[in-house]
Write a protein that binds this ligand. Sequence first.
Ligand code: PPS
Length: 572
Amino acid sequence: MSTANLSPIPELYVSYESAQKLKAEAGNLISWDLTPRQICDLELLMNGGFNPLKGFLTEADYDSVVDKMRLADGTLWPMPITLDVGEDFAEKLEIGQDIALRDQEGVILATMTVTDRWAPNKALEAEKVFGADDDAHPAVNYLHNQAGGIYLGGPVTGIQQPVHYDFRARRDTPNELRAFFRKVGWKRVVAFQTRNPLHRAHQELTFRAAREAQANLLIHPVVGMTKPGDVDHFTRVRCYEAVLDKYPAATTSMSLLNLAMRMAGPREAVWHGLIRKNHGCTHFIVGRDHAGPGKNSAGEDFYGPYDAQDLFREHQEEMGIEMVDFKHMVWVQERAQYEPNDEIKDKDNVTILNISGTELRRRLAEGLEIPEWFSFPEVVAELRRTRPPRSQQGFTVFFTGFSGSGKSTIANALMVKLMEMGGRPVTLLDGDIVRKNLSSELGFSKEHRDLNIRRIGYVASEITKNGGIAICAPIAPYATTRRAVREDIEAFGAFVEVHVATSIEECERRDRKGLYKLAREGKIKEFTGISDPYDVPKNPELSVETENVDVDSCAHQVLLKLESMGLIAGRV
Ligand code: PPS
């Protein structure tokens, strides 16, 4: 019967005195401003959550992890933990040089000796680690569209933990948890990883897992980075706190983990297991489609539903943490209790009820009832507070199309119609208005266009977050940038992409501003559709034709779409 070895594990921090000295010296080093994901990784490197790693992976370790889930010395490690930087920054460095790693406010958290610098084969990393080089996978999208082109590797010296102002008492380092388990005498602990609010089915399955493993229970939610679109961690932690009261305090505890998830399914499950082992746990619950990233660009699942359990089982002995497989719990109405779906013998004679994540989101979005058997009233109240019905949430309508396609005209008409309806403030971020007020220094290179669109996206996401309606009408020629903006906005409300599909020939024929003529004469360079690319949207929420259709009808089509999406109701 496995019990935990709860002696402290190595951290990368130096003593308080050394840290003060090092911090002063590090002020003179070239410094790298860490991205939010890198801050999460660094925290777990420094506090031993990623033990046995001693820093960001070297090239040899990276190659080996990508290829066979092992460090170069053969130790099992499934996830490349790499420090990605831009080429300009990488070029400034000498091998062997120390750099300072700063958080986003400029606080020095650590130093790193750069022993390795290389340009990774990202397509290979995507294939091997995430199973496909497909941007529909959130981590592959991150790899190609957000991560820098160069990786730096080398040992890290920890100066201080990243600062968290929220839920401080609920965050524990591996050694703090180990000390807690020692103190309360918990020798067997089963960890439950989650990125979702907990409902009654989760409570039942965690009870069962603890009973099966004869272990205490650690609810160990991820509060670092999860899947884009997830419920924000502030709401989730308030939900967890409400549910925690329903567990016996003597056998259950909760701690928050500042992990940046990759949604890498099977490899992620093994990684999660190793992290929990480092936090002093002996058992780990692995569910169906653990850390699943959703569908690929062909509409199919990236991984098989039990791939994660299979890979975990294969390695659990070596990992030193045992898997408890997650049962799919369903509500049996006649017996008024949750039971594992595959253990119900009298399926024909009983009523089996279940509400999927998608169905729950729909009910919240439409303000429909959420039954008592499904969740706890406190959890539902929290979720309703942050997710009011769609008709009361903010949203963004994002028009895209060629210059002169009619974006601004339709956007203006839509704005007036929405203002006539009332209820929510409406802001128009038209291409020309934005270029005048937010982006006056920018031109039309890819870099500048992207910056322009990211700025629009940022403002629209703030408007959406605060319950308003943002109408954007730039050209926005690049699909990856539009996707990035969509992700930023969907964290707070709906993103409605409207392709104003006027052909380039028609736009040129209209040539309202006389710009096409100038572009043809070569007097305007990089002109979209003439001498610069435009990625036609593949799956916009709506595509409007403007040839032989009046503006009022086009704007009305958008209104109908908004209505069908539940974003506007009879009386707002
Ligand atoms: S982008 O690509 O989204 O940043 O462009 P946007 O901010 O919407 O600006 C487009 C307007 O700028 C004028 N203009 C050009 N468009 C495309 N290519 C080039 N090189 C260019 N130079 C100037 C043009 O009038 C666009 O106006 P709209 O409102 O789209 O008709």
